[in-house]
Design a protein around this ligand. Sequence first.
Ligand SMILES: [Zn+2]
Ligand SMILES: [Zn+2]
Ligand SMILES: [Zn+2]
Length: 386
Amino acid sequence: MGVHQVCIKGVPLTRFYERSSRMPSPRPGQNGFHHEENGNHSNGNHSNGGSLHVPTVIDPPTINVVDPEDPLDLGDLTAYKTSKGVTRYFCSSCSAHLFFVHHNPDGDKWTVSVGALERTDGIVKIGYHIWVGDTLDGGMADQLRKIDGVELKRYSEKSGSEELPVGWKDKAFLDKEKQQADGKVADKQDRVQAHCHCGTIKFEITRPSEASTIPSSAYPDLLYPYDVTHLSKVANPADEKWWLRPAHSDRPTKYLAGHCMCGFCRLTSGSEVQSWAYVPIYNIVEPGTDTPICLEEDEQRPKGLKQYMASPARYREFCATCGASAFWWRADSPDLICVSVGLIDEANVGARAESWFDWHTHRVSYIEKAVSSSLGRALEEGLKSI
Ligand SMILES: [Zn+2]
Ligand SMILES: [Zn+2]
Ligand SMILES: [Zn+2]
């Protein structure tokens, strides 16, 4: 019996063998949530805490990656070097990030994205957050604090580096925030930048405007769990503009954001949690302009953005070069776009970008579909404690 790693196409890519006579058993190692700049922008996730997180990885040799009788073919994968010493591999069709390879002088060290595993119980044990310092505002580390009662360590850089307390923020970032709050410096943030790791996909988000109320859309599962909410409610008959925050405000300044653990997000990212912000297309503009990006017309789509139809009329968009998840949208409400929060440039706003996004703290979207229910529960508890 093995545990398969699959992307959304369902093709088993690797097999992890347990209790095989030929191979050592996988043991739960300690796996970490990565929050570094490289990881977030290349898979579009946020190690939240604002940051979103990149795939959790399993370190060999606790697990065998390749079945010697049927070697893995990397031909369907795109390789992308996030730095000199690291190559990431993602599915060329759907962008699922699957492997992360450290090139060391003593040989390559392969790690595996946990989101693509068909099950994680007894195999994956998340023990810590790393590169929390890169988030500037604590990122997702503040939203995911304890799993099964065990406090997760929060390392500033790699595992074993300085530990940062819950609520930590980068000093310069905090000073800037305070000065803005005190009115000592003007808050000139009328737009926030976003980009993928390789820089092919770049856009900006502008503050809510008149046009932000144009879309009409059913409520998302984030707000009303689909498995227990009557369809007539989900349909949003009053046409509430629920993506604008504060809710019911005459002057909304932010957009709703939340985490999703559905199978589509998991298997197209390779990450167990994907973080999205709901933004009208009129507020997603080409850098330095007021021209909204276009996703529907082939000739006008951002160059280098690849589309994957995960289910009928549901589109996922990612960078063909570095594999970063960028957007997802549906044909029945094409002007309301889910933007991958991991692409937001944290330099001025922090990884959680709380000056732009209102994080939903009552629910993780599709938590019922999570492969690891303890991770889902941990995230919901952490969100409520903020
Ligand atoms: Zn795929
Ligand atoms: Zn890219
Ligand atoms: Zn999802």
